[in-house]
Write a protein that binds this ligand. Structure first.
Ligand SMILES: CC(C)(COP(=O)([O-])OP(=O)([O-])OC[C@H]1O[C@@H](n2cnc3c(N)ncnc32)[C@H](O)[C@@H]1OP(=O)([O-])[O-])[C@@H](O)C(=O)NCCC(=O)NCCSC(=O)C[C@@](C)(O)CC(=O)[O-]
Length: 350
């Protein structure tokens, strides 16, 4: 696009921004105006990051991880500014032995005010264990693929939704908030492509049961901006956009692009995992979630508020990678740690 055409599009965007009084600083105004030109739509001014590393990340590690390491990871993430940290899962230890210490982990977290610590619960037994441990928020998880549902939670989609009815009812009585997940929203490791309508249908059912938010999971990370956009569009026809979250795995390197697609569609809750840890034990070959460090860098580049301190986040990333004896799955963490060693400034905008 020529400079004069860019400018012609930029000026109305700036005027509109001023009229709405949404942004205060000049720097922020320019970034937002650039969004208008580049994307033809406004990105959210603030994003909630749901950090899933301690659960989604650690559920897939082959080695045994000491409880104290899990607790320290959660505490460091909180100190870095993350406000929602999915702490663990109250699933069957026979199915996911990596998280068999969920009660100990949950009880040992030094709980900080204003931080939420949701946990996964697949059934009533999980919910009861979570409540006994002191959880105030849980997540139930269904799938848009029949085969994945069977492999992951040993029942059909319909059976799982029936089971969740009771879980939500009991949670509500105990004043425990319930989030929903839908797995395999664009593709399934067993069935291949999944129709957007199938994902939206399960999202609508979970929302209808009483989930305050439904996180759409690209479990095996096969989505691209084109396929996730089609899926989110269908979901937005079924439930309010503010109730949709994006849970993108990075197996095919599309994680950040897919997050940006979600933001462009007005979604302002993004799941991510420190150091890109993770994967689902029942999704062979799937790599971790999009890395929290990469998401924070992306958001900062647009001047979108996220409340996370990048330096502490990178320290936390280095901590867990050292504890697990592995390299970081985050491009940003790798680049920032290398820049620190060279004592170079980074291009990061705070
Ligand atoms: C759902 C079940 C339990 C069904 O598993 P099942 O074998 O059909 O369950 P069951 O009711 O027949 O019980 C079998 C045994 O498990 C026990 N049991 C039963 N429930 C619990 C519980 N909550 N806590 C502790 N123990 C439990 C139960 O007491 C019994 O013990 P036994 O009598 O044999 O000694 C099982 O399939 C399960 O735990 N699955 C979880 C799998 C999982 O955690 N997957 C990863 C999380 S999902 C994910 O990662 C995707 C996501 C969310 O990130 C989004 C995305 O990326 O797509």
């Amino acid at each position: 696009m020529s400079f004069s055409r860019s400018l012609a599009r930029l000026i109305p965007a700036v005027k509109e921004t001023i009229r709405n009084g949404q942004f205060l600083s000049q720097e922020r105004l320019l970034v937002t105006s650039a969004q208008g030109v580049l994307f033809g739509g406004e990105l959210p001014g603030r994003v909630t990051i749901v950090e899933v590393g301690p659960r989604d990340g650690l559920q897939n590690e082959k080695q045994a991880i000491p409880t104290r390491t899990k607790v320290e990871l959660i505490d460091r993430l909180g100190r870095a500014g993350l406000k929602v940290i999915e702490a663990t899962s109250f699933v069957s230890p026979k199915w996911v032995p990596q998280l068999a210490d969920s009660t100990e982990v949950f009880q040992q977290i030094p709980k900080r005010p204003h931080i939420r610590y949701p946990v996964l619960t697949p059934n009533l037994k999980g919910l009861q264990r979570a409540i006994a441990a002191g959880a105030k928020e849980v997540a139930i998880f269904a799938a848009a693929s029949e085969t994945f549902s069977q492999r992951n939670i040993n029942c059909s989609i319909a059976e799982s939704l029936k089971r969740f009815e009771e879980v939500v009812e009991v949670a509500k009585e105990a004043q425990v908030a319930v989030r929903g997940y839908v797995s395999c929203v664009v593709g399934c490791p067993y069935e291949g492509a999944i129709a957007p309508a199938a994902a939206a249908d399960v999202a609508a059912r979970l929302y209808g049961l009483g989930c305050y938010e439904v996180s759409m999971g690209d479990t095996n990370g096969v989505g691209t901006p084109a396929t996730v956009a089609a899926m989110f569009k269908e979901c937005a026809n079924a439930i309010p956009v503010k109730a949709i979250a994006a849970h993108m795995h990075d197996t095919y390197g599309q994680g950040c692009s897919n997050v940006l697609t979600a933001l462009q569609m007005g979604i302002s809750t993004i799941d991510s995992s420190i150091a890109g840890l993770g994967g689902c034990p029942y999704s062979p070959g799937a790599s971790g979630n999009v890395a929290t460090e990469d998401v924070v860098y992306l958001l900062s580049g647009f001047g979108i508020e996220h409340g996370v301190d990048m330096d502490s986040l990178v320290d936390t990333s280095a901590f867990i990678c050292k504890a697990l004896g592995r390299s970081s799955g985050s491009h940003v963490a790798q680049a920032m740690l290398a820049a620190r060693q060279r004592k170079e400034p980074t291009a990061m905008m705070s």
